[in-house]
Design a protein around this ligand. Structure first.
Ligand code: FAS
Ligand code: PHB
Length: 393
């Protein structure tokens, strides 16, 4: 088989790249390890930065998002029995975020891409990328128990943290940075109305909690849990009781509880692979970096990577330019590291790391400072709505 851009992974990164290239007449083939149902069954992110929203509109997949998504101008910090709203719109000159689940983003991308004749091979795990230092890299994958290959001009590794693209690069050509956090997030999805109309990030002596949502009738809640914790240990009631213990009393009494649609535990890590380009092989999204979900950056960094990579590939095919391909990794990484830093800082501010009483006091002191400082709230708001993309033309 032959295509212009071989893409590994049919998650948000791979699908968005394929869609943006298709709209420019550039062909691609996506190989995806899992089934279509498995990919579309994942429950993950919920907050879209402005840049991500604009890119989905450019990809012509934003109709349902613009109809059903919720515009949020602010979010709340809960600590020491009190709440402080961070007014993002006021602090950033009108910027906001969109609440619209990654599951729906993926559905919208799949529907548009397949509907336009895009090629996605599901149940087709890539097993390697060969000759990526030449101008004819080969994407090797399994389908129906047989090794098959696609000869490409370029290969995009959009295959997530556990993918094969990054592992196709010899260890002496790549530098990995990793920080594992000593806790995870236990999340529940339930068809109950959200406790408030904006998100609440709660710091509590028992641990972190987050009140989020997918719609006015569907809520997403998280509580910090131990790394050894298991979903099987948690009844719905046990989750709701622990969540309410970690919220201010006036919020806790308003929580509407209900049965889980889904409950899962996500580990937290910060991870970056440098560089993100190896000859004709490019890494994007979780294949190149992972952030703790505290700052809601994972999906949004995938989008900014694809912003840069799609423009670089389009400039190559339309104008035979290679300069943007050469600039991709450094531009993407400059934004990645700023989001890694914000997510690390916000995670440190909100989570219980140890039983040392001074740790919680220091966090409450910093939260109290933020509550009283326009400068601190502006810094937080700028990072949360998403730092600007670089000029990449
Ligand atoms: P993805 O991991 O989404 O997609 C990679 C795709 O590649 C997958 O479909 C995988 O099956 C496929 N693949 C892997 N190996 C392959 C191979 N060898 N061959 C072919 N295909 C292969 N972000 C937030 O902002 N907020 C959150 O609350 C949040 N929660 C998360 C919870 C969990 C459990 C996880 C894992 C991540 C969460 N994230 C969250 C981050 C998440 O949203 C990612 O940032 C986002 O999915 C990144 O998209 P992709 O880069 O496309 O990677
Ligand atoms: C979510 O709704 O899944 C969500 C929201 C904000 C975060 C992380 C996850 O920081």
């Amino acid at each position: 088989m032959r295509t212009q851009v071989g893409i590994i992974g049919a998650g948000p990164s791979g699908l968005l790249l394929a869609r943006l290239l298709h709209l420019q007449g550039i062909e691609s083939i996506i190989v995806e390890r899992q089934s279509k149902a498995h990919v579309l069954g994942r429950i993950r992110a919920g907050v879209l930065e402005t840049g991500t929203v604009e890119l989905l509109r450019e990809a012509q997949v934003a109709h349902r998002m613009d109809r059903d998504g919720l515009i949020h101008d602010g979010f709340n910090l809960a600590f020491d029995g009190r709440r402080q709203r961070i007014d993002m719109a006021h602090r950033t000159g009108g910027k906001h975020v969109m609440i619209y689940g990654q599951t729906k983003v993926t559905e919208d991308l799949v529907e548009a891409h397949l509907g336009a004749g895009g090629q996605i091979f599901y149940d087709a795990p890539a097993v390697g990328v060969e000759e990526y230092s030449t101008d004819r890299p080969r994407l090797i994958f399994d389908k129906n128990g047989r090794h098959q290959e696609i000869v490409c001009d370029f290969v995009a590794g959009c295959d997530g943290y556990h993918g094969v693209a990054r592992q196709s690069v010899p260890g002496n050509q790549i530098t990995l940075f990793e920080k594992i956090y000593p806790f995870g997030w236990l999340g529940i999805l339930s068809d109950v109305p959200p406790v408030q109309d904006e998100l609440i990030y709660a710091n509590h002596e028992r641990g972190f909690a987050l009140c989020s949502m997918r719609s006015p009738t569907r809520s997403r809640y998280y509580i910090q849990c131990d790394l050894e914790d298991r979903v099987e240990k948690w009844s719905d009631d046990a989750f709701w009781d622990e969540l309410r213990r970690r919220l201010p009393a006036d919020v806790a009494e308003q929580v509407t509880t209900g049965p889980r649609l889904e409950m899962s535990i996500a580990p937290l890590r910060s991870f970056v692979a440098e560089p993100m380009r190896f000859g004709r092989l490019f890494l994007a999204g979780d294949a190149a970096h992972i952030v703790p979900p505290t700052g809601a950056k994972g999906l949004n960094l995938a989008a900014s990577d694809i912003y840069y990579l799609s423009r670089a590939l389009i400039a190559f095919y339309k104008e035979k330019r290679v300069d943007l391909l050469d600039r991709y990794s450094a531009a993407a990484l400059r934004r990645v590291w700023k989001a890694i830093r914000f997510s690390w800082w916000f995670t440190g501010l909100m989570h219980k790391y140890d039983d040392d009483p001074i740790s919680h006091r220091l966090q409450v002191a910093e939260l109290g400072y933020i509550a009283g400082s326009a400068a601190a709230q502006t810094a937080m708001a700028e990072n949360y709505v998403g730092l600007p993309y670089e000029d990449f033309t």
